[in-house]
Ligand binder design. Structure first.
Ligand code: CIR
Length: 260
C-alpha cells in the first residue's frame, strides 16, 4: 500500500445553499448550487469507481465553505490531525468534522491549537516527506506544531513558501505518484520540488495544477486539454470533473475530500 495515493476511504461533504457566501479572493459571480451538486456527485462517483468507500456528509449551511473538507484535517496512516483554519469563518468546520474521523482513527487524533493556524490545502504529502506551504492561512506556529506531531509518527516535514497571491500551496500543485508532482511553473520556480520529477502545467492552464491522484486515477478539473493530454501521454488515467462553480470560490479537486 502506498500511503501517498492509495486510499481505502474518503470523506466529502455536499455543498449547502449558503455556498453563495463562500470566501473568494475575487468576485466572479455567485456559484450555482445545482451545478455544484451535480459536479460534486460526479467527483464522488469518480472516487467510488476506484473501489474506495466514500462517506458523504450532509450539507452544513452554517459554514458556507464546509464543502472544502480538505482544510479541516490532515489524515495520515497512523494519525488524523485537526487543523485550525486561518480563515476565522472556517474554524467551526473542524469540530463538525472531528467526530467522523474519530470513528476511523479512535484515539489516534491530534490537533493544532491557538495561535497556530494551518489549512489542509497547504499540505502536500509525498512519498518521502510532508511539504507545508506558509500562506495567508497557514502560519509558522501552525507548521511548527504540525511538524512536532508528524515527527512522532515517523514523518519529516519541510516548510516551504506559497507564492504571494495564491490561496494555498496545493492550489498550484498535486501529487501524481510518490516521486512525481504536477506543478505550475510559478510554484516550481521557488525550488520547492528539487529532487522530484516535476511535470509542468502548460502556460495558461494554471488552474489545472490542483489535481489529486486517487488510487488508479488522476482527478483534474475539466477544461484544460493540454494538461489532460500531457498527463495521458505520461501514462496516467485521467478523469475530468467540471469545476466551474468551485473555481468561483478558489476551490479545486483536492479541497473536496479527505483521503486515507
Ligand atoms: C476558502 O477560501 O477557504 C474557500 N473558498 C476555498 C478553499 C479551497 N480549499 C483548498 O484549496 N484546500
Amino acid at each position: 500500500m502506498n500511503a501517498t495515493f492509495e486510499f481505502r476511504h474518503a470523506v466529502t461533504r455536499k455543498p449547502a445553499p449558503s455556498i453563495i457566501d463562500g470566501l473568494r479572493a475575487e468576485d466572479t459571480g455567485a456559484p450555482d448550487l445545482e451545478q455544484m451538486l451535480s459536479d460534486h456527485a460526479a467527483y464522488v462517483s469518480a472516487l467510488r469507481s476506484t473501489g474506495a468507500e466514500v462517506l458523504e456528509l450532509p450539507p452544513l449551511d452554517t459554514y458556507p465553505d464546509a464543502v472544502f473538507v480538505e482544510d479541516t484535517m490532515l489524515c495520515l496512516p497512523s494519525v488524523a490531525v485537526a487543523m485550525r483554519p486561518g480563515a476565522p469563518s472556517r474554524q467551526g468546520e473542524v469540530a463538525e468534522m472531528s467526530p467522523h474521523l474519530q470513528a476511523f482513527y479512535g484515539e489516534a487524533m491530534a490537533e493544532i491549537t491557538t495561535p497556530g493556524t494551518i489549512e489542509g490545502g497547504d499540505i502536500l504529502v509525498t512519498g518521502r516527506e510532508i511539504l507545508v506551504g506558509l500562506s495567508a492561512r497557514t502560519n509558522h506556529e501552525g507548521v511548527t506544531q504540525l511538524s512536532d506531531i508528524v515527527r512522532e509518527h515517523g514523518h519529516s516535514l519541510r516548510r516551504v513558501d506559497t507564492p504571494e497571491g495564491i490561496l494555498h500551496f496545493k492550489t498550484d500543485c498535486g501529487l501524481l505518484d510518490a516521486e512525481t508532482i504536477l506543478s505550475t511553473t510559478r510554484l516550481a520556480a521557488s525550488g520547492c520540488f528539487e529532487g522530484y520529477r516535476v511535470l509542468h502545467v502548460p502556460e495558461g492552464e494554471e488552474a489545472a495544477g490542483n489535481c489529486i491522484r486517487f488510487n488508479g486515477l488522476v482527478i483534474m478539473a475539466a477544461g484544460f486539454p493540454r494538461t489532460a493530454e500531457m498527463l495521458d501521454a505520461h501514462g496516467y488515467e485521467v478523469v475530468q470533473i467540471n469545476n466551474s462553480e468551485c473555481a468561483k470560490l478558489d476551490g479545486g479537486m483536492s479541497c473536496l475530500s479527505l483521503r486515507f
